[in-house]
Write a protein that binds this ligand. Structure first.
Ligand SMILES: *[C@@H]1O[C@H](CO)[C@@H](O)[C@H](O)[C@H]1NC(C)=O
Ligand SMILES: *[C@@H]1O[C@H](CO)[C@@H](O)[C@H](O)[C@H]1NC(C)=O
Ligand SMILES: *[C@@H]1O[C@H](CO)[C@@H](O)[C@H](O)[C@H]1NC(C)=O
Length: 398
């Protein structure tokens, strides 16, 4: 028996050893992902735990048009950027780019180019973001430009590796950046200082692109290259706006960046969403659950059971206002929005009206609790009644 068991046991152990040593070689952390990461005991928030999902949606471009990193993710993003994971994720991207580059049969006619974005692709602004809340503070053009003008951007080491490889293959380098023409000299100096010493062209955003989305600017500049007989072999950036659009090149590579989101092209997206079927469908999905819940209740019917409704964008829609004012892309202007409220033209949100009408026969009292001000009581009352919300237990204004 001994002679039979022992080899088995030893091969079993060697398999375990192999498995564990492979796992530690690859530095795979054994993370436990909670089923309900946003709530702890008694439903209390556990700050930070959903930040991994947040970052995943950012990197996969499911989350678009976001303005800042959620406050509760500051530590998470800070640890990610300063720790090993950011480097590992960048390495995984660059390794693929290197494999691709090596596989190319380069013509070497000087017309093959590889497009590199600059900020968070070639140069890192991490010292700036570490001082400014790792993306949790709103973008401040003044302080960010001051930082750029210091010329202290760091080389992103994995990208530097790719840059050197691409150069050695005889492919030309093009830097295509959202930085402005006025930052040309500081950018060139900064690039050279950290090892990016040569390029075919450094393209900065000229005045003709002011106010244009990044995707349009970068697409157009790449198109000009192709018109001039260049062939874009590769294209690497940290923003989706670097690699979407037209003339994107034979292959694109997306580096991680959970710090900020470039692109003003969401106005159209939000507009289509709000005016189209999807907003209605999404609202319906919410209300259907609420209806099911309401139907399932065993109510006492003592007149003390209430359902709280918010008003703006819950009960009444301000869509005509927002359609006129950039679908949320313009800063909030209290004067204009109060003027709109006074017109009492806010229509009922049809799904919410359905819920409202369901609750009344169930003898659940409706309470409206709104951020609108007390001086808007009459106009709000009129507006609610005009669109079918004719009765309530209480209307609470600020
Ligand atoms: C940007 O930062 C500067 C300097 O701290 C400050 O004076 C300014 O108000 C900020 N701008 C915005 C839009 O927050
Ligand atoms: C790049 O794509 C074009 C168009 O699909 C193709 O003709 C060309 O061979 C590709 N070049 C490389 C280097 O893969
Ligand atoms: C809000 O809009 C009004 C009217 O267009 C304008 O006069 C005012 O300057 C705006 N306020 C802000 C804070 O932008």
């Amino acid at each position: 028996m001994e002679t039979r068991v022992f080899p088995l046991l030893s091969s079993f152990l060697s398999i375990i050893f192999l498995a564990t040593s492979q796992a530690s070689d690859l530095h795979i952390p054994h993370q436990i992902h909670l089923l309900r990461p946003q709530s702890g005991a008694h439903g209390h928030d556990i700050p930070g735990l959903s930040c991994l999902s947040w970052r995943l949606s950012v990197e996969t471009h499911n989350l678009v048009g976001w303005k800042t990193v959620p406050q509760q993710c500051e530590n998470y993003v800070g640890h990610y950027m300063l720790g090993k994971q950011y480097r590992d994720d960048s390495k995984a991207v660059v390794n693929e780019a290197l494999l691709y580059a090596q596989s190319l049969k380069v013509a070497g006619d000087g017309k093959e180019i590889w497009v590199f974005d600059i900020d968070e692709t070639t140069l890192s602004n991490l010292p700036y973001f570490a001082k400014h809340g790792f993306g949790t503070e709103p973008y401040n053009a003044t302080t960010f430009n001051e930082w750029v003008m210091e010329g202290k951007g760091l080389a992103l080491p994995e990208t530097l590796k790719l840059y050197q490889k691409v150069l050695s293959l005889g492919i030309k380098i093009v830097f295509l950046t959202g930085r402005t023409e006025s930052q040309r000299s500081v950018t060139a100096t900064n690039l050279k200082k950290v090892g990016f010493h040569t390029w075919e062209k450094l393209i900065l955003r000229g005045p003709s692109y002011t106010g244009k989305p990044a995707v349009a600017y970068k697409s157009n500049e790449r198109k000009i290259f192709e018109k001039n007989g260049y062939r874009i072999i590769g294209n690497i950036g940290d923003q989706w706006s670097d690699i979407l659009g037209t003339n994107t090149g034979n292959r694109t590579f997306k580096l991680p960046d959970p710090l900020y989101y470039v692109g003003k092209q969401c106005r159209k997206y939000v507009g289509h969403y709000m005016l189209g079927q999807q907003y209605r469908d999404d609202s319906k999905a919410v209300i259907n659950e609420a209806l099911l819940y309401a139907q399932s209740l065993k109510l006492i019917g003592d007149g003390k059971e209430i359902w709280v409704f918010d008003i703006d964008k819950t009960t009444l829609s301000n869509l005509p206002y927002f359609a006129k004012h950039g679908f949320g892309t313009k800063p909030y202007n209290a004067t204009i929005i109060n003027g709109w409220v006074m017109e009492r033209k806010a229509a009922a949100l049809p799904e919410s009206l359905k819920l409202y009408k369901k609750l009344l026969p169930l003898k659940i009292k409706v309470v409206f609790l709104t951020g609108r001000a007390e001086e808007q009581r009459i106009v709000t009352t009129n507006n609610l009644k005009k669109f079918g919300f004719h009765t309530w237990e209480k209307l609470i204004l600020k």
